[in-house]
Design a protein around this ligand. Sequence first.
Ligand SMILES: Cc1cc2nc3c(=O)[nH]c(=O)nc-3n(C[C@H](O)[C@H](O)[C@H](O)COP(=O)(O)OP(=O)(O)OC[C@H]3O[C@@H](n4cnc5c(N)ncnc54)[C@H](O)[C@@H]3O)c2cc1C
Length: 294
Amino acid sequence: MNLMDWPQVKGRIEKDYPLKTLCTWKIGGPGKIVYWPQEQEDLVRIVLWCRTQKKPFVLLGRGSNVLLPDEGLNCLVIVSTELKNISWLENIVQVEAGYPLMLLARECAKRSLQGLEFAAGIPGTVGGALAINAGAYGGEIGGLVRELTVLTPEGKRIVLPREEIAFGYRCSSLQAKKYYILESTFELQVNDSKILLERIREFNSKRKNTQPLEFPNAGSVFRNPQGHSAARLIEAAGWKGYRVGGAQVSEKHANFIVNRGDAKAAEVRELIQLIQTDVFHKFGIQLQTEVKMF
Ligand SMILES: Cc1cc2nc3c(=O)[nH]c(=O)nc-3n(C[C@H](O)[C@H](O)[C@H](O)COP(=O)(O)OP(=O)(O)OC[C@H]3O[C@@H](n4cnc5c(N)ncnc54)[C@H](O)[C@@H]3O)c2cc1C
């Protein structure tokens, strides 16, 4: 990809950049070109340019739900994390896609705005969370949306009211339609900030006790099959603690695969396949991955 052909865009560009620094699993070879758009307009321009030039690209937020390949990515990697403008109006917050979800949850609570406490331990961006309708402890981000600004595959920037978006368990119509989320407006309830911050403390201490946050990971690897817990199935099949190279099924939470030091994507994939085959063999249930594999 020749940088000389690029459209006029602002923001940082790096060549042969280590992808492992762009994801929470700390796995992945070099990204040939990595670009951080500075403004929404830059993201729109580069995506349109890639489409008209037929150049492949991938979009990442915080990389907390992805497995990036050991051999790296030859295509353009666009990272949304510089898109982090935010504005507040009473119980409404308008925020760009790259804004950190954890920070947003905490800021809302401090401002006595209720709804996002469940998200205070989810290390993704607002855009990444909306794409898969991130949720925890009975809450889901989709339910708080008032409207979204997205970029359509045809390159149009459109505003979608809540009624035009379908959110399900770790999925959304946004993903299905290949929309890129540019910004979101959330409508929240008002409550005492002390209560909200206390709720965050409780959720976060639950996470600390049940999740292996001391090792690089990507959260839950598998989706919960209807009526089942993926973690319980994996544990019952005897996989807790099992290791392939540097990748290990967490001893604390069987649905987490942790990087015990220099794990390779190939090792994580092998572990995922072994678990899928064995769980299917033992329980007749096909586990689907929640993490997006590139
Ligand atoms: C310790 C830990 C705990 C976690 N706990 C939870 C949890 O409780 N609940 C939960 O749901 N998840 C959880 N996760 C998973 C993850 O944090 C969330 O799914 C998060 O929302 C992903 O956001 P991201 O910015 O990191 O997305 P990325 O990992 O960067 O991308 C994930 C997918 O979203 C797409 N995407 C990213 N940005 C956009 C955008 N602006 N528009 C359209 N598509 C986009 C990417 O192309 C990719 O396909 C956890 C992860 C970790 C590491």
